[in-house]
Write a protein that binds this ligand. Structure first.
Ligand SMILES: N[C@@H](CCC(=O)N[C@@H](CS)C(=O)NCC(=O)O)C(=O)O
Length: 224
């Protein structure tokens, strides 16, 4: 199995975390987003989305990190991907929730426009309006998540056991660390984050991300 990725990419960190925690060996191929390697052949011929990550297993190719973590965990027969109908449906529900609600707001609406020039809005008014809107939405999602994680029966996003939804969600939520977000008002989320950071592969998977976060310390951002 070959995985095309970039170590700074949120969706790649998801796939890295899942593969390492499921004990899956892969041939890891960096696609250099910084030099635009993903935008031109040969990569763009393999993945016309021109995004990472992408998985290749023989002649089977798969994009979309939420689908990739499912494939990896199912292939490894990992308990992180429940096989019962309702268990799998709950995991799917959470994957979609993170992708279409939380990631949209914290990633594309709050963090990326402040860090990446091609995500910055074309005027200061638009930029500030965007950040204020998505900050409020992010806080509302985190409040909901905090309630979901309340109590000893809910150490993980889908209940008592870790699933691919946790592997998917943690790199997304940790994006806030780049702009100095304070998770203390969401104590159950903060505890879950601490728990996820204890995973054996967390530090290695996030080496580059942590270095980037450290390099941003002291800068001023719209944050919470
Ligand atoms: N929905 C896709 C999103 C993939 C994605 O946005 N990848 C980013 C890195 S996190 C990327 O390749 N960006 C390159 C670009 O925007 O040019 C997934 O979940 O895999």
């Amino acid at each position: 199995m070959k995985i095309y990725y970039h170590p700074m990419s949120t969706t790649s960190r998801t796939v890295m975390l899942c593969a390492h925690e499921c004990g899956v060996q892969a041939d890891w191929q960096v696609v250099d987003l910084m030099t635009g390697e993903h935008l031109k052949p040969p990569y763009s011929d393999l993945n016309p989305n021109r995004l990472v990550p992408m998985l290749e297993d023989g002649d089977f190719r798969l994009t979309e990190s939420a689908a990739i973590v499912g494939y990896i965990a199912e292939k490894a027969r990992s308990p992180a991907c429940p096989t019962d109908l309702h268990g799998r449906a709950r995991v799917n529900e959470m994957l979609h929730w993170i992708n279409s609600n939380l990631y949209k707001d914290i990633g594309y609406g709050l963090v990326y426009p402040q860090l990446f020039p091609h995500h910055k809005r074309p005027s200061e008014e638009l930029q500030q309006g965007t950040l204020a809107w998505h900050k409020a939405k992010t806080q509302a999602w985190l409040k909901l998540l905090d309630e979901k994680l309340r109590g000893p029966q809910r150490p993980y996003l889908c209940g008592a056991s870790i699933t691919i939804a946790d592997y998917f969600g943690m790199p997304v939520i940790s994006l806030g660390e780049l702009i100095g977000c304070n998770y203390a008002p969401y104590p159950n989320v903060a505890r879950w984050m601490d728990r996820m950071k204890e995973l054996k592969s967390w530090r290695k998977v996030n080496e580059v991300f942590d270095g980037y976060a450290a390099s941003l310390k002291g800068q001023s951002f719209a944050t919470f």
